[in-house]
Design a protein. Structure first.
Length: 107
């Protein structure tokens, strides 16, 4: 009677690292696309939350506006002085300058 021994068909001779490497090489595009979609979704969610679901009450918003309005003072005197300087420069520019000698013309 002769025994027939089959080869190691059901076992893997490869190591765990090789099988994980093969798995990654076959499916890395899917994982990267999934990670990109996850990051974009999280970014969109946090952006939406910060824009439309602010945590300030109406009283806190009003106090913030008041403090910001106090910091802005229109200095009318300085503004009018700046306008005067601009007008003086404009009038100097508009005056006729004396003719200067043309250096490219033969006399």
């Amino acid at each position: 009677m002769e025994l027939k021994i089959k080869g190691n068909k059901g076992t893997r001779s490869e190591g765990l690292g090789t099988s994980l490497g093969n798995f990654w090489n076959r499916r890395y595009k899917f994982f990267l696309a999934f990670f990109l979609a996850l990051v974009l979704g999280a970014g969109g969610f946090f952006w939406y939350e910060s824009l439309y679901k602010s945590a300030w009450s109406e009283q806190e918003r009003e106090s913030y506006r008041i403090t910001k309005d106090r910091g802005i003072n229109f200095k009318e005197k300085d503004f009018s002085e700046a306008l005067d300087i601009i007008e003086k420069r404009k009038s100097l520019y508009m005056q006729n300058l004396p003719d200067s000698r043309d250096i490219f013309k033969t006399y």
